[in-house]
Design a protein around this ligand. Structure first.
Ligand SMILES: [Zn+2]
Length: 301
């Protein structure tokens, strides 16, 4: 196991080691803490326990905005302890690595790389991975390569669906994230008089949506349609036919699918109908660290 990856999330920090041919892997999870130094110490010792030795590079997937070259997090609205953190220097120092050997990547991009390498995207050249969680992230793969643009490509979560819609964490309004994230789904359920406060409530709503017609199915269709209207932008611009869905809320994909197809059909130019594939990602919560580790692969196919 010679490739090492870390996925920094809100509820857990996942890390692991994987063989360069993907044949074997081992993974750990750490509880997050607001104390960055504690987290970094725990992370460095967990990596060493997994067999990390210099000069093996470490890939780190993170939510938010960061400076790839400087290895510094600029903003991370959901993880305040990360903001301003020079995670590249901090982690490389603890692991006796050159700073450039700690490579940062956006968490959804890392998950897309993971799915491309060992998951649902293995046989795909072109797809968008959409992570449905507290926020909505996106990782765009074209021609078998992750597309970064100037650094922020693939952010489907901030494609505007409804300019008059609810405010979004990015400062805009009516983004996909403000309408179709797990948090948005909770808000919309509460507004529709459905229970959504407690953990597990979204799963319950999905179960009811599956069971038969009713307000839960209506809500799932409405959320799916807004998501589909956002995906229509990717279909129109790139003629993408394949979308992979990760993140906790993707467990409800089957209940959202009719709405998603409706939303795409409504807004995309030309009828692509059944050629649009909507699939759940395969690696689940491991996609992020696996993809972050894949940054260390010399070439990806
Ligand atoms: Zn936004």
């Amino acid at each position: 196991l010679r490739l090492f990856g870390v996925d920094v999330g809100g509820s857990a920090i996942k890390l692991g080691a994987v063989a360069p041919d993907g044949s074997a892997r081992e993974e750990r999870a750490l509880a997050p803490s607001p104390d960055a130094a504690l987290v970094l110490d725990a992370l460095a010792s967990a990596l060493r326990e997994l067999g990390h030795r210099p000069p093996a590079p470490v890939g780190v997937g993170l939510p938010g905005l960061f400076d790839r070259r400087a290895g510094r997090v600029l903003a991370s609205p959901n993880l305040p302890w990360l903001e301003g953190l020079a995670i590249g220097d901090e982690l490389s120092g603890r692991l006796a690595l050159e700073p450039a050997s700690v490579r940062l990547e956006n968490d959804a991009n890392a998950a897309a790389l993971g799915e491309l390498w060992l998951g649902a995207g293995r046989d795909a050249r072109d797809f968008l991975l959409v992570t449905l969680g507290t926020g909505v992230g996106g990782g765009l793969v074209l021609g078998g390569e992750l597309v970064l643009g100037a650094g922020l490509a693939g952010e489907i979560g901030h494609v505007v669906v409804d300019p008059e819609g609810p405010p979004c964490g990015c400062g805009g309004r009516g983004c996909v994230e403000a309408l179709a994230s797990a948090s948005a789904a909770r808000r919309r359920a509460l507004a529709a008089g459905l229970p959504a406060e407690r953990p597990g409530d979204l799963e319950l709503l999905a179960e009811r949506a599956r069971a038969g017609p009713g307000p839960e199915r209506e809500l799932a269709r409405a959320i799916g349609a807004d998501l589909g209207r956002g995906l229509a932008a990717a279909v129109a611009l790139l003629d993408l036919r394949r979308f992979l869905f990760g993140g906790g809320f993707s467990a409800a994909l089957d209940t959202l699918e009719a709405g998603i197809r409706q939303g795409i059909a409504e807004r995309a130019y030309g009828d692509r109908g059944s050629s649009i594939r909507l699939e759940r990602a395969l690696l689940g919560a491991s996609a992020g660290w696996i993809g972050a580790a894949a940054i260390g692969l010399p070439t990806r196919t």
